[in-house]
Design a protein around this ligand. Structure first.
Ligand code: AMP
Ligand code: MG
Length: 432
């Protein structure tokens, strides 16, 4: 049985990210999608933002400087610094206003000595002017502006290219496109984006006792809940689930399913059939199909039986995760080991690793101390501090009911048998 840290090293090193050459798609920032409404005639589009939540596969550069033009950072007056730098209450500078420049307009005049232009935030600086005096430091008398305190040279002028020079790197490869990155891409007119394709993750369940949720239960049967939970988690991890069926505990049926899955997916996940029972065939079939088994069991509770195997492939190995069938154990092992692996595979350069939060235990947390133990429950924030509430009822890996609303797994390392109320505990952030 492997320790958690050994298993984690093995698993995360087995995963090779998608290729920046072969595994890319082009997406259009402007592509309209499934709009909830027919757009009205005055609307330009109902962009579906197909690029959101995708991962950039190559760096982005733009041909635009930013700001695009010298412009004013304030409502005020565009002036020549030399006209105003000596002014004072006793000796104010009095300038003639020759133009008014709102945002979005190209100025017409060139400011001469003794002149100024009324200017607004974001408006283009007129030729001849080099400084903006904010409105609050001026007095207006008809067509003249009176300035009593001298500004600094180039004050409140945003110079063209001061934030970004055309042709340099705007965004690096390997980042997830969230709202702020989408804003940057839009502002820089980067509408064609190279992103990684979504990894394909095949899932199936094994077990003679399993049926779909729409079937009346015969004696001894239970519903296959794992496939639905795993499909949701796979999608939320940024991958595309290939949802295969319920496979009987028959070696031939399992062999056919596994062979099909490894031929069509980047990652394969099965649940059930990886323990030591007489009907647990997964490992022997993986080996018979040429799979190399790297992990058979990990010292965790729940989730001890986790099989990880690879199948060689032209581009990168196909990674197989045989999760335990217990619904709680299946999800815990997915959150702890599989989700980071899928995120790494998907091309994320950073932030694919598990995230832990320090929280205060609201109740006593117990463990046998021999295996790393995960107590599932909920994270709350009170006065800006995280608190962890273990799920009520029995913490048994067959009890999936109290798994609902879990967003954290408190971690009790090997050797820790108790975390008292109010003590700090590391909580693995999980959920979607
Ligand atoms: P196994 O790992 O196949 O020995 O299964 C362990 C336990 O989990 C058994 O009680 C199974 O009935 C249950 N189980 C297995 N697969 C699933 C599934 N897909 N959904 C819900 N429960 C399952
Ligand atoms: Mg089974």
């Amino acid at each position: 049985m492997l320790s958690v840290s050994d298993a984690e090293n093995i698993i995360f090193n087995l995963v090779q990210p998608l290729s920046t050459q072969q595994d890319i798609e082009l997406v259009d920032l402007l592509s309209p999608g499934d709009a909830p409404l027919e757009p009205p005639p005055w609307s330009d589009s109902f962009a579906a933002l197909r690029s959101a939540d995708r991962i950039l596969a190559s760096e982005v550069t733009s041909q635009l400087d930013f700001p695009h033009w010298d412009n004013s950072a304030m409502d005020g007056y565009a002036v020549r610094y030399e006209d105003v730098h000596n002014c004072s209450e006793q000796k104010p500078a009095v300038l003639e206003i020759v133009e008014e420049i709102p945002a979005g307009v190209q100025p017409e005049s060139t400011i001469q000595s003794g002149q100024a232009a009324r200017i607004f935030t974001g408006a283009v600086m007129p030729a001849g002017a080099d400084t903006v005096v904010m409105q609050e430091r001026t007095r207006r008398e008809e067509n003249r502006v009176i300035i009593l305190t001298p500004p600094k040279l180039q004050e409140f002028v945003r110079k063209r290219g001061m934030y970004y020079r055309a042709g340099t790197q705007l965004l690096p490869a390997g980042i997830l496109l969230k709202a702020s990155e989408i804003a940057v891409l839009a502002a820089f007119q980067c509408t064609q984006l190279k992103v990684f394709r979504r990894p394909r993750v095949a899932i199936f369940s094994t077990g003679d006792e399993l049926v779909t949720p729409d079937r009346p239960l015969q004696p001894g049967q239970i519903v296959d809940s794992n496939r639905y939970a795993l499909a949701t988690l796979i999608r939320h991890s940024g991958a595309e689930p290939i949802i295969l069926g319920i496979i009987k505990d028959k070696p031939e049926a399992l062999k056919e399913a596994i062979a099909y899955a490894i031929a069509h997916a980047d990652v394969v996940i099965s649940s059930g059939g990886v323990s030591v029972g007489d009907y647990d065939y997964v490992e022997q079939i993986l080996e018979s199909l040429g799979g190399k088994i790297h992990v058979r069991a990990i010292a965790t509770k729940p989730g001890k039986p986790l099989t990880v195997a690879t199948f060689e492939n032209d581009v990168r190995p196909i990674v197989y995760f045989g999760l335990p069938g217990n619904p709680v154990a299946a999800l815990v092992t997915f959150w702890r080991f599989v989700q980071p692996a899928i995120k790494k595979l998907s091309g994320l350069a950073q932030g694919w690793e598990p995230v832990y939060i320090k929280a205060l235990a609201r109740q006593e947390l117990c463990s046998g101390g021999k295996r790393e133990t995960y107590v599932w429950g909920q994270l709350y924030v009170k006065n800006g501090v995280y608190e962890f509430q273990p799920a009520g009822g029995l913490q048994n890996s067959g009890n999936l009911i109290n798994l609902a609303q879990t967003n954290g797994l408190a971690v009790l390392p090997v050797g820790t048998t108790l975390i008292a109320v109010g003590e700090q505990v590391q909580v693995l952030q999980v959920g979607s």
